[in-house]
Design a protein around this ligand. Structure first.
Ligand code: SAM
Length: 315
C-alpha cells in the first residue's frame, strides 16, 4: 500500500495549537470521536495538482463574491431557507449551513486530505469546536456568538454547558428568528437570538457581567472594518474573546497551501489586519492577547480556523 492509500483517523491531536489530548477530553468528546470515526487519506499527486489548479483558476477568475455590507440580503435569504426547512422538518440538521461539504478535499493539519464521508468537513470543524468549547466555555455563565448565522455552533455549546445563557448575535432577521424558534421548540429558555450588526454595533445592547464571547467565520465577513466591533467589546469587557477565523497573520507566505489561502482571503475581501490591530491595542495597554494559533483546519480554498484569544483590560 503506498502512503496516499493509507487511511488515518482524526484524533484530538490533529488540531495545531489546541494541545488537546484524548486523555484529558471529556467522556462526551471521547464518545463523539468513537461514534463518528472520521477517516481520511492524503491525496495522490494528480489529486493534489487538480486541487491546486482549481484554486489558481478561482484566484484568476473574474467571477467571485466579495464580503461586505452589500451581502446582507444574501445572508438573509440563505438563513431563510434554513428557517423554512426547520419549520417543515423540526430537525436540527436543517441548521447546518449549505456551504459545508461542497468539496471532498479539505484541510487538516494544514494539508489537503480526502475522505469518503459526505460530511467530513463539517464533522472536523464540529470536533474542533467541541474541543474549543470545552477548553474555554465549559463553566461560563453568559456566552455570546457574534455573527452566529443559524446558531448551530451554539447548540454544540449546549452539549458541553447545560446551564449557560447562550446568545446568538446576528444581523439577519431570519437567523434570529430561526434560533428563537429552536429555543421554543427545544424548551431551552436560556437560548436567545438578538439582532445585532457587527459593522454598526448597537451600544444600547449591553453584554452581561461575566460574559464570554466567540466568533466562527463571522469577522471574516467584515474585511478590514473591525474597529467598531473591537471598540464595542472593549467597552463591554467580556472576560474572554475567542475568534476562530481565517487570519492570514498566522500563515506562512512561503508555504504553498498557506499562500493560496492568504490569496483566497484577499480575493474574497475577508478579515484583514485583525491580529495586528489587537497587537497595537495591547501595546497601548487596552487589551491583553492570551494566545494566537493555527488549528490547521479549513476547506479546499482556505485555512479558515486560526484562533486568537484576548480580553479587554479592566481600567
Ligand atoms: C460564514 S457565516 C458563519 C455563521 C456561523 N458563525 C457559523 O459558523 O455557522 C457568516 C455569518 O456572519 C454574519 N454576518 C456578516 N456580516 C455581519 C454583520 N455585520 N453583523 C452580524 N453578522 C454578520 C452572516 O449573516 C453569517 O451569519
Amino acid at each position: 500500500m503506498n502512503s496516499h492509500n493509507k487511511l488515518h483517523t482524526v484524533s484530538t491531536d490533529d488540531f495545531y495549537g489546541l494541545n488537546a489530548s484524548i486523555d484529558t477530553v471529556s467522556g462526551f468528546i471521547k464518545e463523539k470521536m468513537k461514534s463518528r470515526k472520521l477517516v481520511y487519506r492524503y491525496p495522490e499527486k494528480t489529486e493534489r495538482d487538480k486541487s491546486i489548479l482549481k484554486i489558481c483558476q478561482y484566484l484568476l477568475s473574474e467571477n467571485f463574491v466579495v464580503s461586505g455590507e452589500h451581502r446582507k440580503g444574501q445572508w438573509e435569504d440563505g438563513w431563510e431557507e434554513n428557517l423554512q426547512e426547520y419549520i417543515e422538518t423540526k430537525s436540527l440538521k436543517s441548521l447546518i449551513p449549505k456551504y459545508y461539504n461542497k468539496e471532498n478535499i479539505t484541510r487538516l493539519r494544514g494539508n489537503f486530505v480526502i475522505s469518503d464521508s459526505d460530511d467530513f468537513e463539517l464533522e472536523v470543524v464540529s470536533l474542533m469546536l467541541y474541543l474549543i468549547h470545552e477548553k474555554y466555555f465549559a463553566y461560563a455563565d453568559n456566552i455570546y456568538e457574534f455573527g452566529a448565522g443559524t446558531g448551530h455552533n451554539l447548540l454544540k455549546l449546549r452539549d458541553i454547558n447545560k446551564s449557560a445563557n447562550l446568545y446568538s448575535m446576528e444581523w439577519t432577521q431570519s437567523g434570529v428568528n430561526l434560533i428563537n424558534r429552536v429555543s421554543k421548540h427545544t424548551n431551552d429558555d436560556n437560548l436567545y437570538g438578538v439582532l445585532f450588526d457587527n459593522f454598526n454595533p448597537d451600544w444600547s445592547v449591553k453584554l452581561k457581567h461575566d460574559s464570554s464571547v466567540y466568533t466562527v467565520h463571522a469577522l471574516e465577513q467584515l474585511g478590514e472594518k473591525t474597529d467598531e466591533i473591537i471598540n464595542y467589546w472593549i467597552e463591554n469587557k467580556p472576560k474572554i474573546i475567542v475568534n476562530i477565523e481565517p487570519m492570514s497573520d498566522t500563515l506562512d507566505q512561503d508555504d504553498l497551501l498557506q499562500y493560496l489561502s492568504i490569496k483566497y482571503a484577499e480575493k474574497r475581501g475577508y478579515l484583514k489586519n485583525y491580529i495586528a490591530k489587537l497587537r497595537s491595542l495591547e501595546k497601548e495597554g487596552i487589551v491583553t492577547i492570551h494566545d494566537v494559533y493555527r488549528t490547521g483546519v479549513g476547506s479546499l480554498f482556505i485555512e479558515s480556523c486560526s484562533v486568537v484569544i484576548w480580553s479587554p483590560n479592566s481600567n
